[in-house]
Design a protein around this ligand. Structure first.
Ligand code: IPM
Ligand code: MG
Length: 388
């Protein structure tokens, strides 16, 4: 193929991507308000165990949810049921990140508790299907990835609002290899997508009495998409004179987070997708690692709560799945309770986790047979809740 044809082919591909993005813009323009859970006669919670250690840790979190929501489940205010089929085997069979029938099932619920799902990479025995989390975030339009990180003794109390549907992830699997010499990926920022995540961060700050929101971008270099993100951030900020609007670049931000004094000044942080992916792993490390943090993926209609870590397939092949630590998905389950308005139950769940993981520490889940199983830990957490 000569150069002209290669360029024409790439332009055609690019045209298709733009058309897809305009469809998304049209959907965002029609978007309604956030669902009001208090007005729902019935709240449906779906539980998808995922792969690897997923089913074991998800079951542990589910058992605590069942205890906390016992009266609601009994009186038919809440349904808690399993969503089958979100496994790497089924995904490979359908050659889709989420098989159609599983997605249709997921959409029957309001909120989803999701165990880790395996993301194939080059060299794996699996074909390279897209990450199920990324696909679910897009399919359910879960635009706000909310990741709190708290280390009280170090004065760290951050809430990250990571944009979850755009940026480098929007067309992440559809870049162009024009030929063996030239490859191009795309980063997308829409006015609607930037505005809704920035508003979510400011609304959260306002509701929770936080006084500062920090935007993290690389707008000095990525001038168009990050530039627009920052412009919209400043517009929304001007509607909130009571909140200090602050901006940082991602490179210096990663450095400031390891400065024990300067990092305590941050409260709520909002940023494009990829920066949020990177910064939240760094931030979670101060709290004890990605295994200790839960993650909320919030949209106007649906919401999904997950552990930050992966499916640890090696633990399964070594017969250790039952010893996997369910703390991260339990934190996610507590976020789910908060999201649907069960704030007292969420607070009790979190307090019990603090006691079981940090202060009392009667048992340790260390991933090995000399530690406790996830089921034993779940029973310990439930007993602790009863004693609160
Ligand atoms: C996360 C993860 C995912 C992401 C991976 C598993 C695709 O790192 O939830 O942060 O990049 O978003
Ligand atoms: Mg990540």
């Amino acid at each position: 193929m000569d150069l002209k044809d290669k360029i024409e082919k790439a332009k055609e591909h690019f045209g298709k991507l733009l058309a897809e993005q305009y469809e998304r813009v049209a959907r965002m323009k029609e978007d309604s308000e956030f669902i009001d859970y208090s007005a729902l006669p019935l709240i449906k919670i779906g539980v998808a165990g995922g792969d690897g250690i997923g089913p074991a840790i998800t079951e542990a979190a589910r058992s605590v949810l069942e205890y906390l929501l016992e009266p609601e489940i009994k009186y038919g205010k809440i349904i808690l049921s399993d969503i089958e089929g979100l496994t790497i085997e089924n995904r490979v069979k359908a050659n889709k990140a989420i098989p159609d029938d599983v997605l249709a099932e997921i959409k029957k619920y309001h909120v989803i508790l999701k165990g880790p799902t395996t993301t194939p990479q080059a060299g794996d025995p699996w074909p390279n299907v897209e990450s199920a989390n990324v696909a679910m975030r897009k399919a359910l339009d879960l635009f706000a990835n909310v990741r709190p990180v708290r280390v009280p003794e170090k004065n760290i109390d951050w809430v990250f609002f990571r944009e979850n549907t755009e940026g480098a992830y929007a067309v992440g699997s559809k870049g162009i290899n024009v030929d063996e010499d030239l490859a191009v990926d795309f980063t997308v920022a829409t006015a609607q997508g930037c505005e809704r995540i920035v508003r979510a961060a400011f609304d959260y700050a306002k509701k929770h009495g936080r006084t500062k929101v920090t935007a993290v971008t690389k707008a000095n270099v990525i001038k168009t998409t990050d530039g627009n993100f920052l412009k919209i951030f400043n517009e929304v900020a001007s509607e909130h004179p009571e909140i200090t609007a602050d901006e940082r670049y991602i490179d210096i931000m990663t450095a400031i987070l390891i400065d024990e004094v300067r990092r305590t000044q941050f409260q709520v942080l909002v940023m494009p997708n990829l920066y949020g992916d990177i910064l939240t792993d760094e931030a979670a490390e101060f709290q004890g690692g990605v295994g200790t943090a839960g993650s909320a993926n919030i949209g106007k209609r649906y919401a999904m709560f997950e552990a930050i870590h992966g499916s640890a397939p090696r633990m399964v092949t070594e017969g250790r799945a039952q010893y996997a630590n369910p703390a991260s998905i339990m934190r996610a389950a507590a976020m789910l309770l908060n999201h649907i308005g069960y704030t007292d139950e969420a607070a009790r769940f979190n307090r019990a986790l603090d006691i079981c993981c940090f202060s009392e520490w009667k048992m340790v889940v260390n991933g090995r047979p000399d530690g406790a199983t996830g089921a034993e830990f779940a029973a310990y957490v439930t007993e602790t809740i009863k004693g609160l």
